[in-house]
Design a protein around this ligand. Sequence first.
Ligand code: NDP
Ligand code: 8X3
Length: 257
Amino acid sequence: MTSTVFITGATSGFGEACARRFAEAGWSLVLTGRREERLQALSAELSKQTKVHTLTLDVRDRAAVEQAVEGLPAEFAKIRGLINNAGLALGIDPAPKCDLDDWDTMIDTNVKGLVYTTRTLLSRLIAYGRGASIVNLGSVAGNYPYPGGNVYGGTKAFVGQFSLNLRNDLIGTGVRVTNLEPGLCESEFSLVRFGGDQAKYDATYAGAEPIQPQDIAETIFWIMNTPAHVNVNNLELMPVSQTWAGFAIDRSRGETK
Ligand code: NDP
Ligand code: 8X3
């Protein structure tokens, strides 16, 4: 029987790379994102390899998510894999300088969008049962604080705890849940974060040999194809070039006795 994977945010980066990786292995694809043209182009390309269904939607729109899933054609209705990938960071300013609208957008997308998609697809994943998987895109930003990480890191910490709690609730169903936590990866993520500033994008990755979307796709493909009795709970990935900085210390108080 053909397996079907539902990928949110398939119009670039990890989601697009996952679409290619799963198509290569013959999985049917349900691809979602807001940019219709990109979805159509990817669909036209991958339809030569496998069955593809596209859903142009904004994961923040709960009704749109529910209607899209309800209206899935019969041949895409049985879902084995859900990749909750759609997400973004906006800005890297310290909290007092942040735009509250940006915080809203990150919470609405990374937290609420992921929750809407998960809840709406759960019955289909449970119906698939043994061998089904959910992979949620968390981040190292959910594990470690960094300057300017504020709400973005908070949303990814939510993804981590939600993933663990979901595992508990799905015991006995056969559905696996993984929180995948990448570090520095090269994708449009940084263009989005820096408002399209190409120089900041280039500086982010310069000389660092960051993880590529294909590396993430290969990892997700592996997670979803581990034996059905195995659950990868959390998996954190960083490029070899990335480690941790030390604690920050405020020395503005001058000499102490
Ligand atoms: P990209 O910017 O390349 O891709 C993000 C995808 O999310 C796009 O396809 C975009 O599609 C989609 N998306 C964003 N907002 C919405 C929305 N409201 N509704 C539907 N789709 C949306 O970034 P990455 O591939 O790098 O990131 C994917 C995920 O991985 C994100 O959750 C990110 O937080 C996480 N991550 C990224 C890391 C990195 O360094 N790159 C590291 C760790 C985690 P469209 O604009 O067409 O809607
Ligand atoms: C993306 C990785 O370090 O830019 O989630 O927050 S980081």
